[in-house]
Design a protein around this ligand. Structure first.
Ligand SMILES: *[C@@H]1O[C@H](CO)[C@@H](O)[C@H](O)[C@H]1NC(C)=O
Ligand SMILES: *[C@@H]1O[C@H](CO)[C@@H](O)[C@H](O)[C@H]1NC(C)=O
Length: 771
């Protein structure tokens, strides 16, 4: 008896212990109950963060310091500091890809938003920021509950340069301006906009830089040396990272596995100390990709000893290692004189400052801002509704012959729903996802509107055989319309898995053609994928009346697809990347980084900015159930660019062909173009105005470049005036062959839909400034 009671009591104690550690979120440091530490300066919230960080670093031994350079930073028990796992991910919802975040107990799942390439297609910056806010609410709630971290290594803002890239799905697409706006908006949403420099969670823009090859034709990211021109770095690869740091004020940047021009990015002082910390003034820490210091030592043989590799990385500006390499080898590197302890202090200064800004040294988490967030704030109806809304806004209508869409709901005669992606769940959330709150599959979404008959057609997306074709064809014969949900999944495109080509996998194309030929009614093709697919056959086949691209639409994807198919939502998404024909790849090694075409070697160039050949669907394509007409209400024809007098002896207009941006007086130098958007159809809709410019020829400028975009809602029959502000130095400039940004004088043609407006730029000196 007695033994049994003791046993129960011990069990109760154990249970209590588990509940308090997992549930209550004890302070990471500076526990008010710990009289030995909570009055030390680094715990004193009244002091400036800078002083607190310096105080803490001053108390650490070298051995303690090196253990803080790894993602799983060790505890410092004598100072009351617990261990901390830096690696968490929140690309499109709190994810369990990093070890810092787990699901279970009171947190069985989190809201799983559409994959980023889908959300990008909404071209809606306020949506991007809103998603960031919701994700960080859920992340803070999980941190408070002891299940998540506060440092999230998201977003991925690499340019989707090659359509085969397996991680293209994680990015906002191929355009630098879209990626730049996405980076700043999502990061602001995640980090919060506290003026005092405090952070809700710390985001991280990755992977810096020129990283967009995972594993192609025997070349992998661990060995790849990306040869990139200064021009491409400055006008393409740098743009989203610069905006992430300077406009988004991100708290972290991650360097990549690959080398750029022979130097591993995580060991390149020009990139890390020079550009990210120097020119862009990163207020935060620089982290390696996971084990990338080990990779440049072991795989790239960049340094001859592990200690030299460590010294290269830290001296280049790396502050934190995802992986054990720095914590294992740094002490020896100091002993051998390759590094000073001061170099390590600098790295720790950057990481610990971020922890302080997150409130990790402020004692009781429950007493802090966001301390009240908990399980009730995860997967709320409002959050799940936003995931549905994001999917609706990201869906792109590629084709709608004879306005076959929207469909009308059927109570009696069923629609056939066919395809390997027609009843999927996790496929819809893509990679770097977590555990969703729940799913609505396409079949479930469509069945909520209409009777259906369902046939998979292929057992999986690889579609290796035609065993299930017969059933699908039978179903299509009986149905008034056939909806085929096809495309890709992570078995075809993923991290470390680039695609071999752009066609649909296996026998999918054959299935689509056979089913649409047999179908009693029209066929509607719904494509799930991150990367573009060459579906020329479907575009040109009149029996395939409509095509939707839904990306990976997230947990509510099936409901969003159905809302678009049945017209409850009028689609307004636009492609954030070019859809190329398969032949585009004929002379395009994935390893050739050049953005610009080179006719002398038949190299076609990359993205709509530099490639002028045939496409299946262009960047920016996307239809609606209504129609929009643009007219320019007001726009300047001539704009003067004031030039600092020191750079010209003329006092009148200077006639140079271009002006260096650093010589122009850029402050407040912007112009406004007013555009009227009229909805001439019978349905309300949202419309994205994409504003492109074609700069004067010369300097190797893109033949066309998106300079800004605006999204507007216009009621059926209504009209909205949209003022479009264009910052001249930023958006009408181009980068020359030497990597210098210049504003070309002369005629810049703006393209908005099918209208064209020419603006002539001329330089004007402002008188000589005597120095
Ligand atoms: C000043 O402007 C005139 C006319 O545009 C030009 O011919 C002359 O070369 C300029 N002088 C200098 C020093 O730039
Ligand atoms: C952009 O997204 C937000 C959030 O979902 C939404 O309220 C707004 O209507 C969208 N804007 C347009 C023009 O569709």
């Amino acid at each position: 008896m007695k033994g049994n009671t003791t046993f129960s009591f011990i069990l109760l104690l154990l249970l209590l212990a588990v509940l308090t550690t997992a549930g209550a979120g004890l302070p990471f440091a500076c526990d008010p109950r710990d009289s030995a530490t909570h009055t030390l300066p680094f715990c004193t919230t009244g002091l400036r963060i800078e002083e607190r960080v310096k105080d803490l670093i001053g108390r650490l031994t070298l051995q303690e310091k090196v253990k803080l350079l790894a993602n799983n930073a060790a505890a410092v028990p004598r100072l009351g500091i617990k261990e901390y796992e830096w690696w968490s991910e929140a690309l499109h919802g709190v994810s369990n890809v990093g070890p810092g975040t787990k699901f279970g107990g009171e947190f069985p799942g989190a809201t799983s938003f559409p994959q980023v390439i889908t959300t990008a297609a909404s071209f809606n910056v306020s949506l991007w920021e809103k998603i960031g806010e919701v994700v960080s609410d859920e992340a803070r709630a999980m941190y408070n509950g002891g299940m998540g971290g506060l440092t999230y290594w998201s977003p991925n803002v690499n340019i989707f340069r090659d359509p085969r890239w397996g991680r293209g799905q994680e990015t906002p697409g191929e355009d630098p301006v879209v990626a730049a706006k996405y980076a700043a908006s999502y990061v602001r949403g995640l980090q919060g906009t506290d003026a005092g420099g405090r952070l809700k969670v710390a985001a991280c823009c990755k992977h810096y830089t020129a990283y967009d090859l995972d594993n192609w034709a025997g070349v992998d990211r661990f060995h790849f040396n990306a040869k990139v021109s200064q021009q491409d770095i400055k006008d393409t690869f740098d743009i989203p990272f610069r905006s992430c740091v300077m406009e988004g004020k991100v708290a972290s940047v991650m360097c990549s596995y690959n080398q750029v021009n022979g130097v591993p990015t995580c060991a390149d002082p020009k990139l890390l100390r020079g550009t990210v910390r120097g020119s862009w003034r990163l207020d935060g820490y620089i982290v390696s990709d996971c084990d990338s210091v080990g990779v440049f030592y072991d795989n790239q043989h960049y340094a001859s000893t592990p200690e030299e590799a460590v010294a290269d990385a830290i001296k280049a500006g790396l502050d934190l290692d995802c992986g054990p390499f720095l914590s294992v080898h740094t002490e020896n590197a100091v002993q051998r004189g390759l590094l000073n302890e001061a170099d390590i202090n600098l790295a720790l200064y950057n990481t610990i400052t971020v922890q302080m800004r997150l409130g990790m040294f402020d004692g009781e988490p429950s007493a802090q801002p966001y301390g009240n967030l908990g399980p009730k704030d995860v997967c709320t109806p409002a959050h799940q509704e936003l995931a549905l809304e994001a999917a609706r806004q990201g869906i792109v209508l590629l084709k709608n012959e004879g306005s076959v869409l929207p469909l009308s709901p059927r109570r009696h005669h069923p629609y056939a729903v066919i395809g390997p992606n027609s009843d999927v769940t996790v496929t819809m959330i893509g990679n770097y996802a977590g555990v969703a709150c729940g799913y609505t599959t396409p079949l479930q979404g469509i069945s909520a509107y209409s009777r259906t008959i369902h046939q998979p057609g292929c057992a999986e997306v690889a579609c290796a055989d035609d065993a299930l074709f017969g059933g699908a064809i039978q179903a299509a014969r009986r149905a008034d319309a056939t909806i085929m949900v096809m495309g890709l999944d992570q078995s075809i495109e993923a991290e470390f898995r680039d695609r071999a080509g752009l066609m649909l996998p296996g026998r999918q194309q054959e299935l689509i053609s056979k089913v649409s030929a047999a179908s009693k009614g029209p066929t509607i093709l719904v494509l799930m994928s991150g990367g573009p697919i060459d579906i020329s056959f479907a575009k040109n086949d009149p029996r395939i009346a409509a095509i939707l691209w839904v990306g990976y639409p997230g947990q509510a994807g099936g409901a969003a697809i159905a809302d678009v198919l049945f017209g409850t939502h009028n689609p307004g998404g636009k492609l954030p990347m070019t859809w190329y024909p398969q032949e585009y790849l004929n002379n395009l090694p994935m390893t050739t980084m050049d953005m610009r075409a080179d006719p002398s070697r038949n190299y076609p160039g990359r993205t709509y900015r530099f490639y002028k050949g045939p496409v299946v669907y262009p960047f920016g394509h996307g239809m609606s159930y209504t129609s929009f007409v643009h007219t320019i209400a007001d726009a300047p024809k001539v704009v003067s660019v004031p030039v600092d007098g020191r750079h010209h002896s003329n006092t009148t207009v200077v006639s140079s062909k271009s002006i260096r941006v650093t010589h122009a007086r850029c402050n407040r130098l912007s112009l406004v173009v007013s555009v009227d958007v009229r909805n001439t159809g019978s349905k309300d809709g949202s419309h994205t105005l994409l504003v492109f410019s074609t700069p004067p020829r010369g300097l190797g400028a893109p033949h066309k470049q998106l300079i800004t975009f605006e999204k507007v809602k216009v009621a059926a029959g209504g009209q909205e005036r949209v003022p479009i502000k264009i910052h001249v130095c930023k958006y009408l400039s181009v980068v020359d062959g030497a990597g210098v940004r210049r504003i070309p004088m002369g005629e810049h043609a703006l393209h908005i839909g099918d209208i064209r407006h020419a603006i002539s730029l001329e330089a004007q000196t402002l008188g000589v400034i005597k120095s």
